[in-house]
Design a protein around this ligand. Structure first.
Ligand SMILES: Cc1cc2nc3c(=O)[nH]c(=O)nc-3n(C[C@H](O)[C@H](O)[C@H](O)COP(=O)(O)O)c2cc1C
Length: 158
């Protein structure tokens, strides 16, 4: 089996928590996706139609700048776990910034999310449309209660 990485965006720690579990169960290297301008509490207010998150998600093709990622580790990986919080049931724009800047084609990509309640299906459907060259596997919504066995089963799923 080849090397694997966990690439994840997390603004308030939930996705980071499950990313760390995936890393400890699978041995995948943890690689955070960090927006150059971190999201503040005000930015994350989805009820405010003037907030940064609202504008980014409802303003067409927006690509917030991210810090450089460990591209050498990503290049070597054959499996990429790609994690994010759901925003309006989809992946936040910094995920698009990442996917526009690193080449994940030829790798097995397993998307995962955390969310208040929404399922991951719509996010994965959109990612498949926007990035058709990527070998998207079934996505999984995870919570802090996910067990090692559940992660193991998902990591082997075809
Ligand atoms: C701007 C914004 C939009 C959100 N939209 C949704 C949503 O559509 N459905 C949902 O279940 N949760 C939604 N949430 C909740 C987050 O997905 C959830 O809190 C997530 O676990 C946060 O992950 P993090 O702590 O790693 O940033 C939203 C949160 C934010 C900040």
């Amino acid at each position: 089996m080849g090397q694997s990485v966990v690439l994840y965006l997390s603004n308030t720690g939930h996705t980071q928590g499950v990313a760390e579990k995936i890393s400890s169960v699978t041995g995948a290297k943890l690689i955070p996706i960090k927006p150059q301008q971190a999201y503040t509490k005000t930015d994350l207010n989805w009820n405010d139609h003037d907030s940064r998150s609202y504008h980014e998600m409802h303003g067409g093709r927006v690509r917030p700048a991210i810090e450089p990622v460990d591209s050498a580790a990503i290049d070597q990986a054959t499996t990429v776990y790609l994690g994010f919080p759901l925003w309006w049931a989809t992946a936040p724009r910094p995920i698009d910034t990442l996917l526009d800047s690193v080449d994940l084609s030829g790798k097995t990509v397993r998307p995962f999310c955390t969310s208040g309640s929404s399922a991951i299906d719509e996010a994965v459907r959109q990612l498949r449309v926007d990035y058709p060259a990527i070998d998207w596997q079934a996505g999984k919504r995870l919570t802090s209660h996910v067990t090692d066995q559940e992660i193991q089963a998902w990591s082997k799923q075809n």
